[in-house]
Structures are given as C-alpha cells and as structure tokens.
Write a protein that binds this ligand. Sequence first.
Ligand code: PLP
Length: 351
Amino acid sequence: MSWITEIARPDIRALAPYRHAAWEPGLVRLHANELPWRSLADGSDAGLNRYPEPHPHALAARLARFYQVDAEAVLPCRGSDEAIDLLTRCYARCGRDAILITPPTFGMYALCAHVQGATIIEVPLRRESGYGIDLPALHKAVTSAVKLVYLCSPNNPTGNLIDRATVLSLASALAGRALLVVDEAYVEFSGSPSLGADLRAHPGLVVLRTMSKAHGLAGARCGAVLAHPEIIALLRRVIQPYAVTQLTIEAVARALEPAAVEESRQRVAQVISERERMAAALSARISVRHVWPSAANFLLVECADAGAALQRCHAAGLLVRDLRHLPSLGQALRLSIGTPEHNDRLLEVLP
Ligand SMILES: Cc1ncc(COP(=O)(O)O)c(C=O)c1O
C-alpha cells in the first residue's frame, strides 16, 4: 500500500466493497428482481428494465482511450460534482482533516467539505497577478491535516489557466502528504493539453474531467476521475453501484464516436472565437470596467454597476451569473458564451 492509500480515511480503507448482483450480460437475469419487459417509455438501446453495469467498465475503457490513460486509472461518475464528493468522503475525516482551496473558485469543493465536516483552508488567488496562485502562502498553509488540495484550471469563475510547471512542482511538493486535485472541467476551451499525461509520474495527482462542457452533455451527468489505480479502487468502494445510468452510458458512448468528437471540436472552436469577439466588444462598453482574459467558455466581467447590468439582462430574458458575493469580485458577473445570436443580444442590452 502506498502513501496515496495510507492518507485516506482508515475506515474507508477497511470497507468491504458492496456485493452487487453478478454482471454476465449473456445470461438470463433472474437474480436482480427486475421486470422482464421493457416499458413503453424506454428509449434506450439496452433496455431500462435492467440495471446498468454496476461499475461501467466498458464506459471506463472508452473514456480511458479518449483521455489517453490506462483503463484502471478511470472512474466514471455522475459529473465531476460526484468526483469531488467521493474524494472528500474518502480522504477527509470529519472534524479532523482539511481540504485546501484557492478562492474565488468552484463552490463544490467547499460544499462537499462542509457536508463531510472537514475543515476548509483558503489561500486566495492573487487578483493583482491575474488570479494566479499564491504559492508561498499555499505551501505554508498545507498542514498535516490537509488531505486534498484543489486547483481549478481553467478556474471557475476567473477563467485563467494554471501553467503545467506550477501544477507539477506543487504535486511533487505535496507527495507523501496530500493529493493534488486538478479540476479540468474547461480544459478543452484552453487549447492546452490535459494533465492526464502526467499521472504516471505523479501518483498523488488527480485530474477531473467532464462530459458536461465541451461535449454538450451536462444533462447526462457524466464525469471522470483520472488517477492512480489505488485511488480509483478506493473511490469505487464508496460510489454507489449503478451510479451511471444506462441512458448516460449510451449517450457518452455516442459522444465519443469520431463524428461526435469532431463536432465537439468544432463547437469548442466556435466558442473560443465567440469568447474573443465578446471580450473585445464588452471591453468597449461603458458599463464594463474590465474583462478578464479567459481560457474557458465564460468571461469574468467587472461592471460599473453589476446590479444594473443584471437587471437589464434579466429584463431582456438573459440569465447571467451574479458573483458579487464572492471575495475580491465586487462588481463582477460571469457570462457564459452562448450562440452568436445569444451573444449579440447580450451586447445589445449592455450600454
Ligand atoms: C470547475 C467546475 N468543476 C466541475 C463542475 C461540475 O461539472 P459536472 O457537470 O461534471 O458535475 C463545474 C460546473 O459548472 C465547474 O465549473
């Protein structure tokens, strides 16, 4: 057992995996108390009257090929949200352990830690350096209680990418103490490669990917943890059997076919071009004070009066994200890149 397992919760390490019904697709299923007929409402290929594969190995293998990692290094789950929940539950003991986050950042890291009763240590990003990581402060903050350090790259909501060398040097520095979890939900929009290629050299590195953004499957709820097989084995003890539904398994399989992957690439290219058009156009608006550079599919926009901008958008039927409650984001809104028509409507309502 290596350190990546040793730092996990001892009770999870000792947990006997749930014994789910056997998975032998060629045989008649009289062992899982299912209905033998399909419902009229069933639009799936395989039949929703049957439970899906308890741990979807074929899906994991497909995702592994797509993300270019070993099949044992992948855990498919219900969006990266579930990945964050599983990591927290496996690694952070209630009342004893901590996670470290770099706000402003995605809210689920803190939420899952709160639910788990783990401590949250915050090392704010440095606004003056374009929301870069405060590395000296981060190193100081990693006490022996910290089991998970989260980096979001590109970061939600600031949009900036953390450079690979910084992430990898941090992974090396944390080795033996804490996992470094890099959330790459938006990496496809950054033009930079995933850190999935660095997993073998850094056993404590965990990369989170999702089908929700670049692949347009947010409603299917499918994400993937890419990590050392020992970490994957641990998370698999805790994830519910049948977590990923049959409809999702089929939708993701279709989304990973070459034609769909090519379409996703074209959509990503369109989003990037619209993002740059919007950034330039918004920067020229008097209602806008600053548009932060973005490597994601949204823009962080500081307004002269965010409340007024929100109202104008809402009155025009456009929902944008209010970030005024977040530290260091006083008058900021987050605008997702829509179709060119949606984006034009947004430009029309902001003076
Ligand atoms: C940084 C980041 N990570 C994860 C997620 C959740 O993604 P999923 O749909 O895969 O759960 C989001 C969703 O907005 C996000 O912004």
